[in-house]
Each structure stands twice: as C-alpha cells, then as structure tokens.
Design a protein around this ligand. Structure first.
Ligand code: ADP
Ligand code: SF4
Length: 689
C-alpha cells in the first residue's frame, strides 16, 4: 500500500467553501478538441477523475463573444446554449469526488476576434499579441466597457454554476487573460484609477472577484491564475511585483494559482527545463497569504511533490502534462505503485494539438483524446481475440508499445531486436543534448514488460523473412523503424540532389552511431523538427564550426508548435552555430556547397569540410515486403496476419510510433471496419434554416 512519506499528498484541503479530497490538482490545459470535440474532451477529464485527481479543470473557456482566440480551439460560454456541453464535462469530472473547475478567459489584448469580428477590448489600445501577429489592434476600454465586462463575468460565473462547476479560475497568466493585462504596466498604460500604481492596476481584478463572490461565492470557490513573472524585464509584472500584489491582496481569491511567464516559460520542455523549475519563484509566497497555493513544474516524482508540500512551498501539486502522460498518477501513488507511473517526457507534443488546431496526442499516453473517440482507456485493454501469439520485429517506441498493450490483452508476445539493447530510435536520440528525459519512453515500457510472464525479448536478433516463416507465430508485427537518407530528398529536393564525388556526407544516424564530422560543417535542415537543431548543438559543442542552413524562416521551424523554437534559436547562437535562414542547398562538392535563396534563387558559396544531411527518412520495410511477397506460404506456416507499423510504415515523431503500436494492439483480431470511420466524432447540429 501507500508509502507513508506520501501521506501528505492525500490530506484534504479547503478551497473557499469547498474541500478538495487530496493535493493533486489538474490545472487547466488545452487538448486541441475544445468546443469542436466536446465529448472527447469531457471523457478525457472523466478519466482523470477515475485516476484520482482531487481538482480537475477545463481548458480556457472564452467567457464572452467579444473576446475569442480563433483559430485556436478552446471552450466557449457565450450564451446559455453552451451550457449543456460544459455540463457534460463537469459531470465527468465529478464522477469520483473531484472538484470540477472552469477557467474563464477574457483574452483582451490576446484575442483577435477573427470569428466574431468584434473590435477587441483591452486596458490600453495596442496591437493584438498572439502567436500569429494578426494585423488587428484593440481599443482601450472606457468606464462603461469596464462595467460591462464586470457584468459579463458575473453572467459567466452564473452560467458556470448552472453548468455544474465548483470552482472558477480567473485567467491572468501566460499573457493570455485580461487580469494580467490590467496588472502589468506593459499592457496597462491607463492614467485613470485602473492604471498607474499597483493598487490601481489591481482594481479591476478586485472588483470582478467581489462581484462574482456576491453572485455565487457561497457555493463556488474562486481561484486566480497569475504569472510568477511576466519575464519581460522591469516593464512587466515581475516576481517582486507579484509578491507585492499578493501581500496587498492576501485574501483576494480562495486559491492562488501561480503559473509562469509566457506559455513557453510555463510549459518548458525537458530540453530546456528541469522538474520543479519554478521553485525559486514560488518560494516564500506562502508567507504572504493565508490562502492555498497551487503551482506547476512538470511534477512526476512523488518525492518532489511531497517536498513541495512539506516545505510549505505549495499546497497543491499542479499538473497539466504529467496528468496527460499518466491520468492515473495520483491513484498509482495512493496504491503504492510508484514504479507504474508513466512519466511525462517533456516533449510538448501534446501542445502541438492545440497549436495546429487538430487534436492532441501524447508521446507517452497514446490513449489521450482517444478515450471517447475510440473508447481507449489508459489502464485497461480490450479482451484478447481469437489468436494467441504475436512476434514483434523491432523494439523502438512502436514495437515496445505494441508489446506492452498486447501482453495486457493476454497475448503471448515475442520481441526480436537486431541491436543489443531495446529502444530503437529513442535509445539513440536520448543520448543527444537535452533529450535524456525522452528515455522514459523506453524505461517505462521496459519495466512494465519485465513484470509480465507472457513477453520474451530477444536481443541481437536481426530477423529475415525466412526465419519468420519458420517460427510459426500467428501474427507478425513489423516495427523495424526508418533510416535517415543521405541523398537530400525531402522538401526542397524531391529527387536526390547533386552530390559530387569526394563530398563527405553524414546523416543523423551516422552521428548517433558516434561518427562525427569536424572542421567546417554545413548542417542542412530540411526536416524542420528538433533533429537539425540538436545535432548542430552537438557538433558545435564538440568543437566543429557549424553553419545551419535551412529553407525555412526559422531554425527548427516545427518546434514553434512545441513552444521550443524560442529557446532553440538562442541556444544555438550561444553554442556558436551560424544560422542561415531562407536558403536551400543546390549542390554539394568536396570542399563547398552552393546555396540558393528560397525567394530569389540567388546563389551563394559556403566552404566546408563536411555536410550533415537532416532531410527525411526512408522506411525500413524490406522485411515486410519480403514477407508479403511470400503470402502464399503464410497459411502453411500458421501465419494469420502480417502488419507494418510506426516509422517502418511511415516515419514520424515518436508519438506517432507509440500511437501506431497501441492501435495495432487494440485492433488485433478485431472486426474489419471496412470503409467505416475508425473513430467517433460530433458534428454541428444544423439550425432549422
Ligand atoms: P519505431 O519508431 O517505428 O518504433 P525505431 O527505429 O525506433 O522505430 O525502432 C526500430 C527497431 O527495429 C530498431 O531498434 C532496429 O534495430 C530494429 N530492427 C530493424 N530491423 C530489424 C530486423 N530485421 N530484425 C530485428 N530488429 C530490427
Ligand atoms: Fe508529456 Fe510529451 Fe505527453 Fe505532453 S506529449 S504529456 S510533454 S510526454
């Protein structure tokens, strides 16, 4: 049973008129589904309830139509019609005794109103500040606007109560909520009683909280989410000013929810931030207030969590990503199963679902956002089908997840791995600068598999079609991964690029195998995710003179979606990497490359000793095609199915591989869906006309 060291995490605690059953607090987090996928989002929160969280929040909810953040998909509470879908979510949240919270957001200077076409309102007239630099400015609110907004908050609070929520979080962090826009001198340049001194800048939040208390305060608790430090220097809402604010307003909300700076600061990836990275910024704040405090820090270790509470730093352990990677984290601690926690790796793939307005995924938890769409439960698998065993070839993230999910269904599983260690690309990539936490993808599955009697792993076992036909397994799952191409084929070049004899070309696989170029190195990045930037850093730190050339306008362009780009660029500059944007490479010679401007085509020569080609990957599918070619022999060999999954099927990020492995395991021996849609979805109800 539970380790007594962690008892403190299970002490109930009051939040205003309510009591949370424990200290596990799922802070608001996006999921890319929002108002478009209400049942998928609701079911995801319901799974967290089952997993033991004491407090569960929605993502941000646009509380009035005059402030919305299209194209991003969150929740909406614009009129009574929105209540039923939010009620579905609150009901799911409360199924196991958790408090259900809604985060009300009025986006102010952050809401371009592209959908409603309303003129944005903000404390001061300024351009809208978002990821997308929309050519829209906000109008400064006059006194009537402020009175209106106070009324709209009361209306939204009443609707929240009707929707079944216990807690309201007023959003004023990450640069995203109007409360921060009033509090910060950067966005509040008013000269009336709402601007100037801290007392004046704090007036609006005081008024709104008093108004909401009058309306619903006897039954609901109010939390205020503010930034620990706006991280824009002395002009912004600094940590020192936050402390003054809390001291001056000790009892303002029923709980202080302390987030950090921008979203990039707060959801720092493991490449740039450790667990509990905000500890210094939070420490001591408790002495300034009698109200409980929740804070985040990608907490996955119960020891760190217990230390945070015991030291008086925090009262609640706030988690977004750790609750996504393992919705059952509290339950596993409670049941003394700490080693079963599936730890977040800090890759921020979950955030890309929001940033790309698609639907979120998680590298560690492939069931995330599939709880309703596909009926996937993170802890329970569907029963075993008709066949009894599976041979998985390849132990990367796809093969390992397939093995772990299949053995839970009750299949006998054999995993054959050509190398002498399991883990595939994860094992290799986790040794690159900043990526060590990614090794958790392997660690978790390796440990879980070691606890199961029905899995055998064979290392140093490169299989060919002949041996597989001989073995007599009923189901064959090919998860043999992919190999980086050296010929430059990716986006700029759809056929191999001109490479002269004598040119020294290295691929990411070469570097991960320990073969590193030195001297003047051109790194050509036409992949645009993390690999190019990580390898440039690796080589620069090893003493190479690195020039990173990319046709994109950004280094590691796609990492804008993981909130990493803003940290990658300066890290490379600090490492001494020369960054050349908006340029491709047209020819590679023994001692130089020719580069083209992507706009004008103008050519430029870069002298170099070697080129690292971060282009695309080729599927290792030979084994699969070899088996397919011998399909006529399958029945005699006892083979019922041969499938290819993960990078061997189509290369993608690690999250795509764990998803593919999980899906294979779920669907083995299942019905043939034919042309039917393989997941549930909701569509907008048509109006009468
Ligand atoms: P994915 O991301 O799809 O899981 P990886 O590249 O991470 O793919 O892993 C593939 C694994 O498959 C690697 O560890 C590789 O060594 C192994 N592998 C490739 N071909 C064979 C083979 N013929 N027999 C056994 N293992 C193989
Ligand atoms: Fe953590 Fe990555 Fe999963 Fe997000 S996607 S919860 S960062 S493991």
């Amino acid at each position: 049973m539970r380790d007594p060291r962690y008892d403190i995490l299970f002490d109930p605690m009051d939040i205003g008129p309510l009591t949370a059953k424990n200290r596990f607090y799922q802070v608001p987090h996006c999921n890319g589904g929002g108002y478009r996928d209400p049942s998928a989002a609701a079911e995801m929160r319901g799974i967290k309830a089952e997993g033991g969280w004491g407090v569960i929040f929605t993502e941000q909810c646009e509380m009035h139509h005059s402030s919305e953040i299209t194209p991003f998909i969150e929740l909406r509470l614009w009129e009574d019609k929105d209540i039923p879908q939010l009620r579905r979510m609150s009901e799911k949240m409360k199924t196991h005794g958790a408090l259900a919270g809604i985060q009300l957001a009025y986006s102010g200077i952050n809401g371009p109103n592209l959908y409603t076409k309303e003129v944005p309102l903000a404390p001061s007239a300024m351009p809208i500040r978002t990821f997308t630099n929309d050519p829209v400015q906000a109008r400064a609110m006059d006194k009537q606007d402020i009175r209106d907004l106070r009324r709209w908050f009361v209306t939204a609070a009443k609707r929240s109560r009707l929707a079944g929520f216990d807690l309201i979080c007023l959003y004023g962090a990450h640069g995203f909520g109007i409360f921060q826009h009033f509090l910060s001198r950067a966005t509040n340049q008013r000269s009336d009683e709402y601007g100037g001194s801290l007392e004046n800048r704090a007036r609006f939040v005081n008024e709104v909280i008093a108004d909401i208390r009058d309306a619903v305060g006897d039954t609901m608790a109010l939390t205020l989410r503010v930034s620990l430090d706006e991280t824009i220097g002395t002009l912004g809402f600094s940590n020192a000013e936050l402390r003054d604010f809390i001291e001056m307003n000790r009892d303002l909300p029923d709980l202080w929810d302390l987030a950090h700076g921008s979203w990039e600061d707060c959801s720092g990836p493991s490449r740039f931030k450790e667990e509990a990275a905000q500890e210094q910024l939070v420490r001591g704040i408790h002495e300034l207030t009698r109200k409980p405090i929740v804070g985040v820090g990608r907490f996955t270790s119960p020891d760190v969590m217990a230390r945070m509470i015991r030291s008086g730093t925090l009262d609640f352990i706030g988690c977004a990503r750790p609750s996504i990677a393992d919705p059952f984290l509290p339950k596993k601690i409670e049941e003394g199963r700490v080693e079963d926690i599936r730890e977040c790796i800090g890759c921020n793939i979950c955030i890309t679902g929001d940033m790309t307005m698609s639907i979120s995924r998680c590298t560690q938890n492939p069931t995330f956002m599939e709880e309703w769409r596909k009926g996937w439960h993170p802890e329970r698998m569907n029963p075993k089908g008709n066949s009894s065993n599976v041979l998985i070839v390849g132990s990367g993230p796809a093969g390992l997840e397939a093995a772990w999910a299949l053995c839970r269904r009750g299949y006998d599983v054999a995993v054959a791995e050509a190398r002498t260690e399991i883990g595939g690309r994860v094992l290799r990539e986790a040794k690159l600068p900043g990526l060590s936490a990614w090794g958790r993808v392997v660690d978790y599955r390796q440990y879980q598999l070691s606890q199961r009697p029905n899995v055998d792993i064979y290392l140093d076992s490169a299989l060919d079609a002949e041996s597989i036909l001989d073995f007599g397994f009923e189901n064959i799952c090919i998860a043999t991964g992919a190999t980086w191409r050296a010929d430059g084929v990716a986006r700029q070049h759809v056929v191999p690029m001109p490479i002269a004899p004598g040119a020294r070309i290295y691929t990411p696989d070469d570097l991960m195998d320990g073969s590193l170029p030195s001297g003047r190195v051109i790194l050509f990045d036409d992949d645009h995710y993390y690999m190019g930037g990580v390898l440039a850093e690796l080589l620069a730190r090893q003493g190479a003179e690195v020039t990173l050339v990319t046709p994109s306008a950004y280094v590691s362009d796609w990492t804008n979606n993981t909130l990493e780009q803003i940290a990658i660029h300066p890290r490379l500059v600090e490492a001494g990497v020369e960054i050349v944007l908006n340029r491709g490479i047209t020819e590679i010679h023994a001692d130089h490359v020719l580069s083209n401007c992507v706009y004008t085509g103008r050519s430029q020569r870069f002298d170099c000793d070697a080129v690292v080609m971060v282009a695309s990957r080729r599927e290792n599918s030979r084994l699969f095609t070899g088996l397919k070619a011998r399909q006529a022999e399958w029945a005699d060999c006892g083979i019922r199915s041969v499938e290819i999954i993960g990078d061997a099927n189509a290369p993608g990020p690690i999250a795509w591989a764990t998803y593919a492995g999980h899906r294979y395991a779920r669907e083995l021996d299942g019905p043939d869906l034919g042309d039917a849609l393989p997941f549930r979805r909701e569509i907008t109800e048509l109006a009468a006309g």
